[in-house]
Design a protein around this ligand. Structure first.
Ligand SMILES: Nc1ncnc2c1ncn2[C@@H]1O[C@H](COP(=O)(O)OP(=O)(O)O)[C@@H](O)[C@H]1O
Ligand SMILES: [Mg+2]
Length: 360
């Protein structure tokens, strides 16, 4: 096992800069999830750690050793890709043992490693099958088995579940976490799916355009997003954003751009800096009676039922607000509703492009 540390890591493809002075540490045994929209540099970052891409600046250390010029094979890393890249004509057993064979490991030792990995992954009954005789989830397990047999210091996963259907993804998510608990290996896991990140990570790293936007425990990111981008990226349905400013005359109302007033608690830091963006998670909004103090109006535009909860989208405050409610709803499209926000759960961001969090 080993710590992975990136220090001012830069990667350029010709004139295009894919990674901008990335600083990040993955502690020994930690499960870190790198998340961000497509094209933000996640795979590039992972491939530089693996040694599959040359870097343009900074350092990469694994287990305290700078590996910038160390070849991939000597970095003691195993990588699992989205495309499982199994050998179609080899059996599961041969797929899993191939790398060890190439490395000149003795046959009895290879057999032991393959059997151990097969037991961990429940692949024992499938060892003599070929990939085309396996389901998607089983293939993904073989790809992981191939990584496990090498007993690496560090596991790297690049969107390993993207090719699976939704149900299997949820199951494999749990399996990969369990696997991590058993093996305890330092892991960097890449995904564009924020739910995968929230459910799997010890620590999440949110990336955008080759920059790290925030690093933290999943709930830290959820409860205190550092900027508007992270606020909007983490959470589903997504955070609501309302543009406006704190009432110039008072201390306890936020006036949305369409003039709607929303009660807020007095927050000195924000009062000095209008305009601002008020952000509210959908579960922190509720639908209330008209005469509720502080209630503000909206008009129902969409009602989605998931079973356990209902998502109501209402036109309000010059935008569309998502509200998640636990009850079933008889609301009709076009109906007028009254909304109320949990004053203790509001977030404020600068109205600027960076949209940094305003101290509350
Ligand atoms: N070999 C390459 N040559 C030039 N540009 C590349 C190359 N690989 C990736 N890029 C660019 O770098 C950016 C990050 O890509 P990538 O790391 O694959 O993103 P992600 O995995 O987050 O979707 C993208 O804009 C992509 O087009
Ligand atoms: Mg990628």
């Amino acid at each position: 096992m080993a710590q992975v540390a990136l220090n001012k890591l830069v990667k350029r493809y010709g004139a295009y800069q894919a990674l901008h002075e990335v600083d990040m540490t993955v502690e020994n045994g930690e499960f870190v999830v790198l998340v961000g929209p497509s094209g933000c540099g996640k795979s590039t970052l992972l491939r530089t750690i693996a040694g599959l891409e040359e870097i343009s600046g900074g350092t990469i250390s694994i287990g305290g050793r700078v590996v910038n010029t160390i070849r991939p094979k000597e970095r003691d890393i195993a990588m699992v890709f989205q495309s499982y890249a199994l050998y179609p004509h080899k059996t599961v057993r041969k797929n899993m043992s191939f790398a060890l064979k190439l490395a000149g490991v003795a046959q009895p030792e290879i057999d032991k490693a393959v059997e151990r990995a097969a037991a961990i992954l429940g692949l024992e009954p499938l060892l003599d099958r070929k990939p085309k005789q396996l389901s998607g989830g089983q293939r993904q397990r073989v790809a992981m088995g191939r990584a496990i047999v090498r007993n690496p210091q560090v596991f790297l996963f690049d969107e390993p579940l993207s090719n699976l259907d939704a149900k299997l993804r949820v199951q494999m998510r749990a399996e990969i976490r369990e696997l991590h608990q058993r093996l305890g290996a330092t892991t960097v896991y890449v995904t564009h799916d924020q739910i995968e990140a929230m459910t799997m990570a010890d620590k999440i790293v949110v990336m955008r355009d080759g920059h790290i936007e925030q690093i933290g425990h999943p709930l830290e990111l959820y409860d205190r997003p550092a900027n508007r981008f992270v606020a909007g990226f983490i959470g589903s349905p997504a955070m609501n954003f309302i543009e406006g400013q704190v009432d110039a005359s008072g201390t306890d109302r936020f006036i949305a751009s369409d003039g709607t007033a929303i009660p807020v608690s007095a927050r000195l830091g924000i009062l000095k800096r209008s305009p601002a963006v008020l952000a509210i998670r959908p579960e922190d909004l509720s639908i209330v009676e008209e005469n509720t103090p502080g209630a503000f109006p909206g008009m129902v535009s969409v009602v989605e039922t998931t079973g356990p909860e209902t998502i109501v989208i209402a036109n309000s405050c010059g935008t569309r607000l998502s509200v998640v409610i636990k009850e079933r709803s008889r609301l009709k499209l076009g109906e007028k509703v009254w909304l109320s926000a949990d004053v203790s759960k509001l977030h404020f961001f600068e109205a600027s492009k960076d949209g940094r969090r305003l101290a509350a």
